[in-house]
Write a protein that binds this ligand. Sequence first.
Ligand SMILES: *[C@@H]1O[C@H](CO)[C@@H](O)[C@H](O)[C@H]1NC(C)=O
Ligand SMILES: *[C@@H]1O[C@H](CO)[C@@H](O)[C@H](O)[C@H]1NC(C)=O
Ligand SMILES: *[C@@H]1O[C@H](CO)[C@@H](O)[C@H](O)[C@H]1NC(C)=O
Length: 215
Amino acid sequence: MSPEAWLPQPTLFLTGLTLLLSLAPPRLGMEVMAPATINALNGSSVKLSCTFNSCYKVENKQFSLNWTYQECSNCSEELFLQFRTKIMNKQLDRFGNRVEFTGNPAKYDVSFTLKNVQLEDEGTYNCYVLNPPDRHRGHGKISLKVLTKEPPKHDSTVAVIVGASVGGFLAVVILVLMVVKCVRRKKQQRLNTDDQKTEEEGKTDGEGNPDEGTK
Ligand SMILES: *[C@@H]1O[C@H](CO)[C@@H](O)[C@H](O)[C@H]1NC(C)=O
Ligand SMILES: *[C@@H]1O[C@H](CO)[C@@H](O)[C@H](O)[C@H]1NC(C)=O
Ligand SMILES: *[C@@H]1O[C@H](CO)[C@@H](O)[C@H](O)[C@H]1NC(C)=O
């Protein structure tokens, strides 16, 4: 009978997730994942990574992406990369031809690579995505720091390990939240049709139901 028959331990599972969900911020529009800070060596190429989650497949006609650069927290945002039915490089003088889109919207990845990093490239990089019919716009924010020499190796290893495990944990939590949200949404959509089905099943259910759960 239960539409959730395919979930293991449905009650326990859903209780745990509901708890997690209630701890999360209320506006679970679109989750955008981007590192808060990226350090890049002067003259190197660096990938500014931005990915997102959505319940919906990306349709090129509707999907919208804006990458903007902000030199200081007070400065206005300069649009340098945009997706509007296709990727468009705004070729800002500031970046010349050093910006290359290296993401794949179909895989929820809108990262780009900045080549030959200059000291003047320091600042904030904003990634905005909108994937209708998701109504909320997602926003990721990366602060780029440009280094002129390699940082000492020994402490960065620990930092990477700690960062990776914290990041991994967050990614799992976010993934779980998304699954719950999408399952809920789909369930909501099915509610009406399910009500009708239940009525019909009730009529033919007299002989017991040996094949419960098969489709
Ligand atoms: C950064 O690298 C460029 C060459 O890629 C070099 O000319 C410049 O001096 C470097 N700047 C610093 C501060 O190291
Ligand atoms: C930001 O702008 C406000 C006015 O718009 C100004 O008072 C403030 O000093 C500025 N801050 C910085 C860090 O430039
Ligand atoms: C990107 O910017 C355009 C205006 O230049 C705006 O219409 C669009 O909604 C923006 N998209 C996102 C995802 O912010």
